[in-house]
Design a protein around this ligand. Sequence first.
Ligand code: XIL
Length: 342
Amino acid sequence: AQKIPSLKDAFKKDFGIGTCLNVAQIEERDPEMTAFIASQFNMATPENVMKSALVHPGWDTYTFEMADKLVEFGKKHNIKINGHTLVWHSQLPGFVRGIHSQDSLRTFFTDHIKTVAGRYKGKVFSWDVVNEALNEDGTLRKSVFLNYLGDNYITDAFRLAQEASPGTELYYNDYNNEQPAKRAGCIAIIKKIKDAGVRIDGVGIQGHWHVGKVPLAEIEESINQYAALGLKVMFTELDIEVLPRNFQGADVGQRMTANATSNPYPDALPDSVQTQLAADYEALFKLFLKHKDKVSRVTFWGVNDGDSWLNGWPVRGRTNYPLLFDRKNQPKPAFYKVIALG
Ligand code: XIL
């Protein structure tokens, strides 16, 4: 087999190239997969293993085994780790549902950030301190945090993270925060943090986009606006959904069974879509390179199509193709378009 060119090498002078990693990869169950990851990526984000439900299952119980292994993996393979994530309304520990007072929530919030960020002080490169705090209209999303702590909770989270892990870069991360209204909300968060004299180093645009509909103009405007605030801009969970959107809407919340309509391309991606996907990735990376002085990292949400969460979300039984490598880690046409730019 021909040697596959390396993304991290191709973009070394420009920005970091990351992937999310999950348990099987972190445990190095497949040595070929490990070697492949190490050859392609120099940054990684835990897909799940540092989320609060996983590291903090009980009030006084922390389970760090897999998160520690991820840190070891990074050290061994020269991959910088972006911790994900300290404060998020989703994937919360079950016991949080039993919290009904400001004091208890404050205790959970403070202990969690101090303990988790403290444990990885000097060991992770960065943290997504707060994830997905915004509604589409730019207002703050309803959550236990907003409910009990009020709208200072985001600034408080950054302050606590900074105290617990002073040398670590601290980011705010969200999806659709390249869209004008949500971007305005995001900028308001950033300004509020800075006005309080608290540090924020960067903003993550997740980048869960849809084939043929990547919002390039809004992305460019967002890179410029966020960078103008002195922040690093990162694309933190990049994937391009290829299944029809109307299907997504129609099936959300319905019984999760695979059927013909839920799985339009069960065996392979049609050439026309493959070509569009390649064009979308090419246009995106051209934009990233145009702004390489502002864009510090591009992280894919999965190593290959087989890993992608989009095979199971919003309904199970889908066969999705959102990444640069196929289910056998073979480069797709999109990969060759991207690597040619490096
Ligand atoms: C997703 C994971 O990929 C799934 O395995 C998990 O079941 C749910 O979470 N935004 C985020 C990520 O910030 O943490 C989410 O990851 C995808 C959307």
